[in-house]
Write a protein that binds this ligand. Structure first.
Ligand SMILES: [Zn+2]
Length: 374
């Protein structure tokens, strides 16, 4: 195959040998549907397939996360209640999962067995393009939220797989802190929303908004397909074209990720979280100093920041860490460098501190950074 060759509805756009992974990389575009496909060809029999969609949330209802769970609750060809659970039990897969990021949703599978691999691909493709959640409103109730009551005199409560999962996730102060840092750092872009879903907002999600989200983003024009390993690529392209992609026409999908403009000055935000009465609030404060850090497409800058995070904060002798620990601002010093998003962020965190140490923390961190930079 050479660049500009057409094969089973795909056009080869780029081909390059990548010595670091001893593989040949191909990028294709499916001409009718607009789907993009990246293939890493090598001798590895542990084959990988993934399909991903850009799914930027516009609120805190967790719709992207609930759709991710719900697509795997039965589809046109596989009308089981839980095909995902069946695959976990009955397939020879070496990897099987789905995950929601702040701006995208991914469906990766891997297997060493050709037939199993083909079957996994088909279950996942049918799930993302033709899920039963569109016709069956009980899927949103099960995976998202529903009302629950045991006895008539009991209070009416909420339940649901994602509702309960996020209630658990956001009850840990560290996870809540990261969510609130993003809310503060990205006030006008998609990254300011809790893509997993905030339990306070999850019950606002309606069946209509749920279906509309799927219809808008789960289209080949908004997808990226990934294949890796030793396989007959022509056969895979033919299958993808005939069984799925040729049934869709290219459409414009408004899923571009906007960048948060810089603030004109340092912003401060205080957020509360619950602790039990017996625990009290002494040494329960987290102090965080955070920045957005360019774009993840700038690989050199990202690698540099990763090295800096390690050198400044990640070892006991790391100078910024040591300065903050020696100042006894809190019990521990931590850092967050989140790069799984277009506009990453970096945070320095002091755990188990007190609110009145905020100014000392800020000035010490900035002075030390200035010194180290010099
Ligand atoms: Zn989940």
């Amino acid at each position: 195959m050479e660049v500009n060759d057409r094969i089973h509805g795909f056009c080869l756009q780029h081909k390059e040998y990548i010595p670091e992974v001893d593989s040949t990389a191909y990028t294709f575009e499916h001409e009718k549907s607009g789907a993009r496909l990246f293939f890493l060809e090598n001798g590895d029999d542990n084959k990988v397939f993934s399909i991903s969609f850009r799914t930027p949330p516009v609120d805190d209802t967790g719709v992207a996360h609930i759709v991710e769970h719900s697509t795997l609750c039965g589809s046109r060809k596989y009308p089981l209640k839980e095909p995902f659970v069946e695959l976990v039990k009955g397939s020879l897969n070496t990897f099987l999962n789905a995950m929601t990021y702040p701006d995208k949703t991914m469906y990766p599978v891997a297997s060493r067995n050709d037939k199993d691999f083909q079957n996994l691909m088909d279950v996942y493709l049918d799930a993302v393009f033709y899920p039963n959640m569109r016709e069956n409103p009980q899927v949103l109730m099960q995976e998202g939220w529903h009302y629950e009551i045991e006895k008539p005199e009991d209070p009416l409560t909420y339940s649901g797989v994602v509702y309960n999962e996020m209630k658990g996730a956001l009850s840990s102060p560290d996870d809540l802190l990261e969510s609130r840092i993003m809310h503060a750092l990205y006030p006008t872009t998609t990254y300011g929303h809790e893509s997993g879903g905030d339990p306070e907002a999850i019950p606002d999600l309606t069946q209509e908004a749920f279906i509309a989200f799927h219809a808008k983003y789960y289209h080949p024009s908004n997808s990226y397909i990934y294949l890796y390993g030793a396989m007959d690529i022509a056969e895979k392209l033919r299958y993808l074209d005939e069984e799925y992609l040729s049934h869709f026409d290219r459409i414009p999908v408004p899923s571009k990720i906007d960048l948060q403009p810089e603030f004109s000055h340092l912003e401060r935000e205080t957020v509360a979280y619950p602790v039990s009465e017996e625990e009290g609030t002494a040494e329960k404060t987290f102090l965080a100093l955070s920045w957005t850090t360019g774009q993840s497409l700038d690989h050199k800058a990202m690698m540099g920041l990763e090295i800096l995070e390690h050198a400044l904060l990640r070892t006991p002798a790391a100078p910024l860490r040591k300065a903050l620990v020696d100042a006894k601002l809190g019990k521990d010093v931590d850092s967050i460098f989140e790069t799984d998003m277009l506009q990453p962020f970096f945070s320095i965190v002091v755990n188990n501190a007190e609110p009145e140490r905020l100014d000392t923390f800020y000035h010490l961190a900035m002075t030390k950074l200035q010194q180290l930079a010099e």
